[in-house]
Design a protein around this ligand. Structure first.
Ligand SMILES: Cc1cc2nc3c(=O)[nH]c(=O)nc-3n(C[C@H](O)[C@H](O)[C@H](O)COP(=O)(O)OP(=O)(O)OC[C@H]3O[C@@H](n4cnc5c(N)ncnc54)[C@H](O)[C@@H]3O)c2cc1C
Length: 303
């Protein structure tokens, strides 16, 4: 039986594996290789790693984990999990099952892109959901914001911290109140209700929004409000109830309502940044190690 299985090898899972490895825990880390930021060229806002590519970030993490032979990493998807007496059993896509005393889910979330023709070609390059991640590079540029109603309203005002050249594109009726329209007008953010036909780009760089009827809006990037779903259903299978917008509510140390089950990274809290995911992974590792210590007779270590 493993001491810990970590499902998900993004920043949260990798960070937890590092701390648990250093605690001499026997850890199995499994990852299906579909990171949320897989389409992004650069990762921003991670102190000492600002501007690194996500692939390079992961490579460094795996290189460092390799120094801990008690951490085994495997590629593959965990497709099921169930509670056992004193632990969990995790089933992998290849049919193998592994038992563990503690289970950490760091399975992230899956982005759902707006249904606009042309967005796939620019997602992560000039179509973004997170101004904290990508706003700086777009500062003072002409930006289109995609959204409507309260979300679109709030997002447009938020983006005004990065650029004064904004158009809120609602792709049909804006669903904005008179008060919201007034507030946007005071902030010099025009609203376009014209239905969007497509986004035109070259090599991932957005050039214009094309509206039905042929009118265009030249812009450097499109920001849209993130809509996502859980990266896996393992937490709900094990008995966690999700809270809006589809994340697991966790305690201070990434604990859940199921003893021995922890959830860290984007799959848990609201702030969805890489450095926060890594910190949550570290906190979960701390709690897991402490819980294991409480339950065990100290091992005699050799070497
Ligand atoms: C386009 C884009 C750009 C971004 N840019 C930035 C940025 O510049 N700065 C920043 O701080 N944040 C950025 N983010 C957010 C950042 O990607 C996330 O906050 C971070 O990746 C969360 O880490 P995580 O470990 O929780 O999840 P993830 O990184 O998504 O990792 C989850 C991992 O779990 C695996 N997994 C899921 N289910 C299973 C399963 N059942 N079995 C096995 N493995 C499984 C997945 O394959 C994946 O590898 C960006 C996000 C996007 C979408």
């Amino acid at each position: 039986m493993w001491e810990v299985i970590i499902v998900g090898g993004g920043p949260a899972g990798l960070s937890a594996a590092l701390i648990l490895g250093r605690c001499r825990r026997d850890v199995l880390l499994c990852d299906s290789g579909k990171p949320r930021n897989g389409k992004a060229r650069w990762l921003h806002g991670f102190l000492t790693r600002d501007g690194i590519s996500p692939a390079e970030f992961r490579r460094h993490a795996h290189e460092q984990l390799a120094a801990y032979p008690n951490v085994r990493t495997v590629e593959g998807e965990a497709v099921d999990a169930r509670c056992l007496d004193g632990g969990f059993e995790v089933t992998f896509a290849d049919g193998q099952t592994h038992a563990t005393r503690m289970l950490l889910l760091a399975t992230g979330v899956k982005e759902e892109l707006p249904a606009i023709e042309g967005i796939d070609a620019i997602y992560g390059r000039s179509a973004f959901h997170c101004p904290y991640c990508d706003g700086w590079e777009q500062r003072d540029q002409p930006l289109a914001i995609f959204g409507r109603g309260r979300d679109g309203f709030r997002f447009a005002l938020e983006l005004s911290a990065w650029s004064n050249d904004l158009v809120l594109c609602t792709d049909g009726p804006s669903e904005l109140s008179g008060e919201q329209l007034q507030r946007l007008s005071e902030a010099h953010i025009p609203v376009s209700e014209k239905p969007i036909e497509r986004l035109e780009s070259t090599d991932g760089q957005l050039e214009r929004v094309v509206f039905v009827g042929g009118e265009t809006l030249a812009c450097n990037a499109l920001f849209f409000k993130s809509v996502f779903s859980p990266g896996s259903d393992l937490a709900t299978r094990l008995g966690c109830n999700l809270v809006e917008p589809g994340v697991v509510p966790t305690g201070a140390y990434e604990t859940t309502n199921i003893p021995g089950l922890y959830v860290a990274g984007d799959a848990s809290r609201e702030v969805q940044l890489t450095i926060v995911a890594a910190a949550e992974g570290a906190k979960a590792a701390f709690a897991i190690h402490s819980a294991l210590l409480k339950a065990e007779v100290p091992k005699k270590r050799s070497g």
